[in-house]
Design a protein around this ligand. Structure first.
Ligand code: ADP
Length: 256
């Protein structure tokens, strides 16, 4: 029987890339996002390749919603082997200006959402005796605090903390927990980051993105497929001896 993966934030960007790649690897997929349109389109594409795919909606910041959607995925597909906690949001602004509401909103998706995903997946794996894999979205910003991205960086450092701790706690169940740390990926999120930099610093639209891409040793922006290739490894038995890691896949981005 095919292995089964759930990917959050799978309606577009990196999450959609991961879902397509895991389907190509032979997984059946549960695709979760805030709204149905994106995940339904990606699920349709995956079904056209002959794999099973269900589209589900949930706000990952809500603990009950995450447990509920994971149970729905297990029901619909008959199990779960890999949980990819990919959904995330960004915030651009100087440390001095971060407001309580902005901070809470950012943490509620990027950190709470990952934590609920870890809890729900691990409980489900343990209950069913599955040596499952949990894969979390961190970032290069989880290794280095970038100017204007302080709050976002803080959420991604937090993801690394939960990844390391959960890896140790669940190891005796044969569950691995790792994170991928992308650099500059040309998704809608970066379009928004670039636009906000322009608004706040007076930079030209596109200039911030170009500046970051200019700092990449491999000389090009990253694609969702670049990220998905590594997530494919983290989802496969080839990574069975790896846990608690948060690996940079950033093309050799020079910190700035
Ligand atoms: P990335 O570069 O990480 O792919 P995107 O903004 O393109 O960035 O994609 C992030 C995905 O995460 C989007 O599909 C978005 O709808 C989803 N997402 C954001 N917040 C939530 C949330 N609270 N619950 C579920 N999905 C979310």
């Amino acid at each position: 029987m095919a292995r089964i993966a759930l990917v959050t934030g799978a309606g577009r960007g990196i999450g959609a890339g991961i879902a397509r790649r895991l389907a190509a690897d032979g997984f059946d997929l549960a695709l979760v996002d805030l709204t149905a349109d994106g995940v339904e389109a990606v699920a349709e594409e995956i079904r056209a390749t002959g794999r099973r795919a269900v589209a589900l909606t949930a706000d990952v910041s809500q603990r009950d919603a995450v447990f509920g959607v994971l149970a729905a995925a297990v029901d619909a597909l008959g199990g779960l082997d890999v949980m990819v906690n990919n959904a995330g949001v960004a915030l651009v602004g100087p440390v001095a200006d971060v407001t309580p509401d902005e901070l809470r909103r950012l943490f509620s998706v990027n950190v709470d959402g990952v934590l609920w995903g870890i809890q729900a997946a691990a409980a489900s794996f343990i209950e069913r005796g599955v040596r499952g894999k949990i894969v979390n979205a961190a970032s290069i910003a989880g290794h280095e605090g970038f100017a204007m991205l302080g709050a976002y960086s803080a959420t991604k450092f937090a993801v690394r903390g939960f990844t390391q701790a959960a890896a140790k706690e669940y190891a005796t169940h044969g569950i691995t927990v790792n994170a991928y740390c992308p650099g500059v990926v040309g998704t809608d999120m970066w379009v928004e980051i670039d636009r906000r930099f322009a608004e706040l610093t007076g930079a030209e639209v596109g200039a911030t993105y170009d500046r970051f891409v200019g700092g990449i040793a491999l000389g090009r922006a990253q694609t969702p497929e670049d990220v998905a290739a590594f997530v494919s490894h983290l989802a496969s038995p080839d990574s069975d001896y790896m846990t608690g890691q948060a690996v940079l896949i950033d093309g050799g981005l020079v910190y700035r």
